[in-house]
Write a protein that binds this ligand. Structure first.
Ligand SMILES: CC(C)(COP(=O)(O)OP(=O)(O)OC[C@H]1O[C@@H](n2cnc3c(N)ncnc32)[C@H](O)[C@@H]1OP(=O)(O)O)[C@@H](O)C(=O)NCCC(=O)NCCS
Length: 223
């Protein structure tokens, strides 16, 4: 059973939120919807940019994301989860939904491990197999994807994406909106700057500058 802090984040969100609308209707949304169910939320439906969705969504597509507040109200939802992979877009959509009065909630898989001493913001996905270890801090809107690990004292910035299978050592910092690509490794104590991209399979041995893209082993900046 997840406590309210894990479900609702650290910032005093009301525990009354039970019904949630999801922004996004793609494969990532399917993952998030299952994790939202694990976290005890009822997903009333999705919205998307064009009002369409991928096959196999376990809920209806209610309409376009521009009408999310009205559609949520019509279905009795006060919570929102933005299931969009692109970091800046996710930030824009979550900020707008919040301004419209919806409450971002967390989607935490029952197969994830979140330390009781970790701090988790709002609108965060912690997917199956992810580990958030002791004293880690995770910002609003972050994606901690399948089987990634944020080790002790790590910091993940707002709207960052730590991809499938990433391993971070202790006290690693991932900046706001950074993308740490599939299966990469970030050695202990290193910083991946805000808006940086770490390519899939890279091993980060030195700090990555904000906005930079690095690839390879050891990770080097691309031109
Ligand atoms: C690093 C990355 C952002 C580069 O994307 P891009 O700018 O479109 O680059 P391209 O595909 O045009 O490739 C440019 C060059 O970099 C090389 N390259 C691309 N990604 C690489 C990687 N991860 N490791 C090593 N080399 C890589 C390409 O082979 C190519 O080399 P060349 O110029 O010698 O032919 C991208 O390949 C990547 O790894 N993204 C991560 C995706 C991810 O993990 N998403 C999350 C899913 S959960």
């Amino acid at each position: 059973m997840l406590g309210n802090v894990a479900r609702h984040g650290e910032q005093g969100v009301s525990a009354d939120v039970t019904r949630v609308v999801v922004i996004g209707a793609g494969g990532h949304a399917r993952v998030a919807i299952e994790a939202l169910a694990d976290s005890g939320f009822e997903v009333v439906g999705c919205v998307s940019g064009d009002g369409g969705g991928v096959p196999g969504l376990p809920c209806p597509v209610l309409g376009r994301d521009t009408e999310v507040a009205a559609l949520a109200a019509a279905h009795g939802a006060t919570g929102v989860f933005v299931a969009v992979g692109h970091n800046r877009t996710r930030q824009r959509l979550q900020t707008a939904a919040e301004a419209a009065g919806l409450v971002p909630v967390n989607a935490i898989s029952r197969f994830a491990m979140v330390s009781p001493s970790a701090r988790v913001g709002r609108g965060v996905l912690v997917a199956a197999g992810a580990v958030v270890n002791a004293m880690a801090q995770v910002g609003d809107g972050a994606i901690l994807n399948t089987r990634c690990s944020i080790d002790h004292d790590g910091v993940v910035g707002s709207f960052a994406h730590v991809s499938v299978g990433v391993a971070t050592g202790g006290a690693v910092t991932v900046g706001d909106r950074a993308l740490v690509g599939l299966g990469s490794v970030v050695l202990p104590g290193r910083t991946v700057g805000a808006d940086a991209t770490v390519g899939g399979g890279a091993v980060v041995v030195e700090d990555v500058a904000p906005g930079a893209t690095v690839v390879g082993v050891p990770a080097r900046r691309t031109r």
